[in-house]
Design a protein around this ligand. Structure first.
Ligand code: 1CP
Length: 354
């Protein structure tokens, strides 16, 4: 597929944005979380050329290139900026390292003294590189392709900052929040403030929509969910809406289960992304017509398996979501062992819908 410049198409005409204007499309827009990444050989080549994952995030020409790779292959309705949620702590001065084949590593923050070493004034240089990537993308993307900017939600980003790495239970952050809620609130407030600046500069550079990833929203009981997931997300959404009223904001409170209703009502997000565990009838029946755009939720492992099961599940989701304001996506990110031809099969199945 040829990639071209703006070509006179207005932002408002991009198909991806139609559900946010109130339209329920017969063939919904489609993009996939982690659509750029290790399952694509061209991604692995560019990552090697960059000399590591974070270098890739901070080299605008290469970050833009890997963002465009899945658009060239599959013509998704939206591209998502190639970056990572951990660029925020890294820019704040809590250096993030990605070793080959391992997850992220950070020197953990566990106290007010550790916290005082973060510098909200220091983010400019690294954030400017991300803004440059967004600018390049808006120029190089096909006019019809929307561009999604993103950040991690403060709770999820904090879990990595406090634990120093990914963890199955986010225990260190949860314990800090119980033992010293005021101290933990200082960390969350810093992340709210920094995330607003980060998203604001992505919109100014050309992002059409924003997604807030809260991968570990499901690890908190109701009262803590309210304080550390819902309240900070609402603050971010409100600050962004003050500056950019027309930019849709999608939340992804992974693992929230039934609390998704509360999350949508209280944060005021324009769209909500359902995770793999949510039964499709929850996506189709939970909300009234005007409440929110729904996105989701195919199992990423079904995309690895492929075959007739994949087609059947895609059809089931599309049947249930017929007549709804819906965006087709996975319930979590694409995994590295996904065969690229299965992604082509998925896109073809969605687009051949009559
Ligand atoms: O090349 C590599 O080996 C790095 C793999 C990789 C990639 C491709 C990481 C490391 N991050 C990314 C890109 C990324 N991460 C994007 C880019 C755009 C796209 O989707 O195509 C986005 C939106 C993210 C968001 C992200 N990073 C989340 C939230 C969504 C989710 O997947 O739950 C989280 C939790 C992270 C942290 C992170 N970054 C990378 C890894 C392996 C992890 C998870 C670490 C862990 O919990 O152990």
């Amino acid at each position: 597929m040829a990639l071209g410049g703006e070509g006179g198409l207005k932002t408002a005409e991009r198909k991806f944005l139609a559900p946010f204007r109130g339209e329920a499309l017969k063939v919904p827009p489609i993009w996939l979380m982690r659509q750029a990444g290790r399952y694509l050989p061209e991604y692995r080549a560019t990552r090697t050329e960059a000399g590591g994952f974070l270098n890739l995030c901070y080299t605008p020409a290469l970050a833009a290139e890997v963002t465009l790779q899945p658009i060239r292959r599959y013509g998704f309705d939206a591209a998502i900026l190639f970056s990572d949620i951990l660029v925020v702590p890294d820019a704040l001065g809590q250096e993030v390292r990605f070793e080959e084949g391992e997850g992220p590593r950070l020197d953990p923050i566990r106290s007010a003294t550790d916290l005082s070493r973060l510098d909200v004034g220091a983010t400019g240089t690294k954030f400017a590189l991300v803004a440059e990537t967004v600018q390049r993308l808006r120029q190089d993307l096909p006019a019809e392709t929307a561009l999604i900017g993103f950040c991690g939600a403060p709770w999820t980003v904090a879990t990595y900052m406090v634990q120093g790495r990914g963890s199955p239970d986010q225990a260190e952050a949860r314990l800090w929040a119980y033992r010293d809620p005021e101290g933990f609130a200082d960390l969350i407030d810093t992340l709210v403030e920094t995330s607003v600046e980060y998203l604001d500069l992505q919109v100014k550079a050309g992002a059409d929509c924003l997604q807030i990833f809260d991968t570990w929203a499901g690890s908190l009981p109701d009262d803590e969910f309210d304080r550390w997931v819902v309240a900070p997300t609402r603050q971010i959404r409100e600050a962004i809406k003050d500056r950019h009223p027309d930019i849709p904001v999608i939340g992804f409170p992974r693992g929230a289960g039934a609390a998704v209703v509360w999350y949508v009502a209280e944060t005021g997000v324009d769209g909500v992304s359902f995770d793999t565990a949510a039964p499709p009838f929850l996506m189709s029946e939970t909300f009234e017509e005007d409440d929110v755009v729904v996105q989701g939720n195919l199992d990423p492992l079904l995309l690895v398996a492929g075959g007739a099961r994949l087609d059947a599940r895609v059809d089931e989701i599309l049947d249930l979501m017929q007549g709804k304001r819906f965006i087709f996506n996975l319930g979590h990110g694409i995994v590295p062992q996904t065969p690229p031809e299965h992604v082509a099969q998925l896109v073809e199945r969605v687009r051949s819908r009559r």
